[in-house]
Structure formats: structure tokens, C-alpha cells
Design a protein around this ligand. Structure first.
Ligand code: SAM
Length: 198
């Protein structure tokens, strides 16, 4: 697989509609969902953090928490470090082999890169008892199918589009409870609030 090479182009795309509007809406939904968790996490992990878009958002919600961003693209991580290295620790790491323990894990448009079962098993390994996880991802809407086609060709990798019911099946088996919120019908994005039941 190739990795994301040009973080500034990636971020530039989000300055223009419709991506600008969708990202704003997703961030708003994410912030609301995090507030509803009513937890005080000490360690927070941002999976596939990219250029660090979530870092200031998380820092504002939890100023005392330690924030870690991981991504397998060195260019994304360097860009994130340059922008928000004072707010979080960023590491170049493949999520699927990552070890650690966190109270809150967030995957913001990164689960499209992971085989579902492997991704969920890894979340289970990384979450502390009573920990929570929020995943924001895209489903099988026409825009996302098209987007997946181009990105998978560009990065020469498999990309996955899951529906909430795909997550339900695996998460219940792994002893998680979850709630779904639809974000955008056009983009097909939705948010999952996931709680480990032990
Ligand atoms: C669509 S981007 C989202 C970035 C960021 N969360 C955002 O919303 O701006 C997906 C990110 O996941 C990263 N990624 C893909 N596969 C990964 C893996 N196996 N481990 C860690 N990061 C990965 C990519 O490098 C990319 O930065």
C-alpha cells in the first residue's frame, strides 16, 4: 500500500464544499457524542489521525488528558506534529499491529482502511476496562462508493465500506454495546458510540 503523501492537498480539499460542509457536520456530531459519553478519559487515541484535525477538538474537550495520534503515513504525521505537536504525541504506526491501553479511542474516517474483524479485535485489545470508542465512517452511499474507487486506485490498497449492521454483528460478539447516529445520507457517513462491557 502507498500512504497519504500530500497532507496539505488533503487538508486543502476540506476547505471547499462539499467536503468542508461534511467535515464540519461530522465534527459537530462527534463533539456532541463525546460529551454524551460523560467520561473523563486520561489517555485518548486517535486512529489514522492524518493531519491532526481532531487534536484541537479533543484538547478543548479534555485539556488534562494525554492525546496520542497514530497514522501509517510519515507525511501526515510530520504535518500533524508541525501543527499540533504541542497538544499531542504523534507516532508513525500501523494501527493493526499497535499495542497500548486507552480510555477513549476515536477513529475518524480511518476504519475504511481496516478489515472489520481485525479492526474490532484491535480496539478490544487497546481499550481499558470500561473504555469507550467512537468510530465515524462512511457507508455505501453513491458518493462514498465513487470516492473509495479513486482512493483505492491511487493508494493501491483495499478500502472497505461498512454499514452499521456489519459493525453490530462483530461488536455484539465481542461484548460491546453500541449506538448509531446517521451524519449525512448523501455521503453515507455515520457515527458509532461503542462501550466495552468487559
Ligand atoms: C481518510 S484519512 C482520515 C484522516 C483524519 N482522521 C481526518 O479525518 O482528517 C485516513 C487516514 O488513515 C491512515 N491510515 C490508513 N491505514 C492505516 C493504518 N493501517 N494504520 C494507521 N493509519 C492508517 C491514512 O494514512 C490516513 O491518514
Amino acid at each position: 500500500m502507498l500512504t497519504y503523501k500530500f497532507p496539505w492537498i488533503f487538508e486543502l480539499a476540506f476547505k471547499i464544499p462539499p467536503l468542508l460542509i461534511w467535515r464540519k457536520k461530522s465534527l459537530k456530531t462527534l463533539v456532541r457524542a463525546i460529551r454524551e459519553l460523560s467520561i473523563q478519559p486520561h489517555k485518548i487515541l486517535d486512529i489514522g489521525c492524518g493531519a491532526g484535525v481532531l487534536t484541537p477538538v479533543i484538547k478543548k474537550l479534555y485539556p488534562e488528558a494525554e492525546i496520542f495520534g497514530i497514522d501509517n503515513s510519515i507525511d501526515m504525521i510530520n504535518f500533524a506534529r508541525m501543527r499540533y505537536g504541542n497538544l499531542a504525541e504523534f507516532k508513525v504506526i500501523n494501527f493493526l499491529g499497535y499495542e497500548g491501553s486507552y480510555d477513549l479511542i476515536i477513529g475518524f474516517y480511518s476504519f475504511e482502511f481496516f478489515p472489520l474483524f481485525e479492526g474490532i479485535k484491535r480496539i478490544k485489545k487497546l481499550l481499558n476496562p470500561g473504555g469507550m470508542c467512537i468510530i465515524v465512517t462512511t457507508g455505501r452511499a453513491p458518493f462514498s462508493i465513487l470516492h473509495r474507487f479513486f482512493v483505492s486506485k491511487l493508494l493501491r490498497t483495499e478500502l472497505y465500506l461498512y454499514s452499521p449492521s456489519d459493525f453490530y454483528k462483530f461488536l455484539v460478539e465481542e461484548n460491546f454495546s453500541l449506538r448509531t447516529k446517521i451524519i449525512s445520507e448523501i455521503e453515507g457517513s455515520y457515527l458509532l458510540s461503542i462501550k466495552s462491557l468487559g
